[in-house]
Design a protein around this ligand. Structure first.
Ligand code: RRO
Length: 311
C-alpha cells in the first residue's frame, strides 16, 4: 500500500491535494462539494471585509495551455464564512480560510475573527491578488509585505501562511524569504496566477475577458515551470520549519509528483479543478499512486524535495 498522507503545520492530511483558493470554493454548495471530494484538505475563496460582486463578466476564460481570470475578488464577505465554516467541520478534513482584505486593518479584523473559528485549521493570507483595479499586489512590495506579515502574525492564533505571487529574480526570492524567515509564518503557498497576461482570440481579433482591457491572471499548465521554480527556491531559502504548498500547472499526477520533488508538502489545484470539477481529485490521486508504485516509493517522504541536479 502507498501512503499518500502528508502533514502541514502539524495537521495531518490523508493525501497532499487541495483546491487552490478561488477555484470552486466561494459558495456554500461549492465548499460542501469540496468537503465531500477526495481532496486531503480544502480552502475557501479569498474574502474581504464586505461582500463584493467582483469585476464584470466574462471574467474567466480557458485557452490552450491554461486560463485567464480577472474575477476581482468576488465574495460574500468574511462574516458569511465566519458563520458558515462550522457546517463544514463534518467533513473531518482540514479546512483553510483565504483572507484578502483590501487594507492591513481589514486583514487584521478578519483574521482576529477567524482565529476564534474552531472549524478552521489554518489561514492563508493572500498577498497576491492581481485583479483589483487600483490595488497593486502587496507581494511585489517588500516593505509593505513585511508590515502586513508582522502585524498579522501578532494577532493570528491559527497557523498562518502567505499566498505569494510568482517571482522571477533570485534577489526577489531572497528578499521575500528573509522577511518570512523573521516571522512566525508557518507556510507559504507558491504561486498565485501570473499577473496581467493577455489572451487574444485571433478569429474574433478580440480579448477574451471583459475587465481591465482583457488583462488577467494566468494559471494552468503554462505556468508550471514558474510554479516549480518558486516552490523549489522557497524550499531552499526558508527555514526547514516553514512549509511550502505548491500551486500552479497541476493537470496530472505527474505534475503533482514534480511539485513534490521540488519540495512541496501539499499541492493545490486551480485551473484543472475549474475545468473538471471536484471529481478530478480522484484521477490525480490515482495517477500519483501509479507513478509512486512504478518507482517503488511507499510514501511521500521518499520523493519530497528529492529533485536531483545534473552532475
Ligand atoms: O479574485 C480574483 O480576481 C483573483 C484573486 Br483574489 C487571486 O488571488 N488570484 C487570481 O488569479 N484572481
Amino acid at each position: 500500500m502507498i501512503d499518500l498522507s502528508t502533514t502541514i503545520t502539524g495537521i495531518k492530511l490523508k493525501n497532499p491535494l487541495m483546491n487552490a483558493s478561488g477555484a470552486l470554493c466561494m459558495t456554500k454548495e461549492e465548499l460542501h462539494e469540496l468537503g465531500a471530494s477526495s481532496s486531503g484538505a480544502f480552502i475557501s475563496k479569498s474574502c474581504t471585509l464586505l461582500a463584493r460582486d467582483g469585476n464584470p463578466e466574462p471574467r474567466y476564460a480557458d485557452f490552450s495551455g491554461g486560463s485567464i481570470n480577472s474575477m476581482g475578488l468576488p465574495n460574500p464577505g468574511y462574516q458569511f464564512y465566519t458563520s458558515f465554516f462550522p457546517e463544514l467541520a463534518k467533513y473531518t478534513k482540514p479546512l483553510f480560510a483565504s483572507v484578502s482584505g483590501l487594507s492591513l486593518a481589514d486583514n487584521v479584523q478578519i483574521i482576529k475573527t477567524f482565529s476564534e473559528v474552531k472549524a478552521l485549521s489554518a489561514i492563508e493570507l493572500n498577498l497576491s491578488c492581481p485583479n483589483v483595479p487600483g490595488k497593486p499586489q502587496v507581494g511585489y512590495d517588500f516593505e509593505h509585505s513585511a508590515e502586513y506579515i508582522h502585524a498579522v502574525s501578532k494577532i493570528c492564533k491559527k497557523p498562518l501562511g502567505v499566498k505569494l505571487p510568482p517571482y522571477f529574480d533570485f534577489a526577489h526570492f531572497e528578499q521575500m524569504a528573509a522577511i518570512i524567515n523573521k516571522s512566525n509564518i508557518a507556510f507559504v503557498t507558491c504561486i498565485n496566477s501570473l499577473g496581467n497576461g493577455l489572451v487574444i482570440d485571433p478569429a474574433k481579433e478580440q480579448v477574451v475577458i471583459k475587465p481591465k482591457g482583457g488583462y488577467g491572471g494566468i494559471g494552468g499548465s503554462c505556468v508550471k515551470p514558474i510554479a516549480l521554480s518558486n516552490v523549489h527556491k522557497f524550499r531552499e531559502l526558508l527555514k526547514p520549519s516553514i512549509q511550502v504548498i505548491g500551486c500552479g500547472g497541476v493537470t496530472s499526477g505527474t505534475d503533482v509528483f514534480e511539485h513534490l520533488l521540488a519540495g512541496a508538502d501539499v499541492v493545490q489545484v486551480g485551473t484543472t479543478l475549474v475545468q473538471y470539477g471536484p471529481k478530478v481529485f480522484d484521477r490525480l490521486l490515482k495517477e500519483l499512486e501509479i507513478i509512486m508504485k512504478k518507482k517503488q516509493y511507499s510514501s511521500l517522504v521518499d520523493c519530497k524535495g528529492k529533485l536531483k541536479q545534473l552532475s
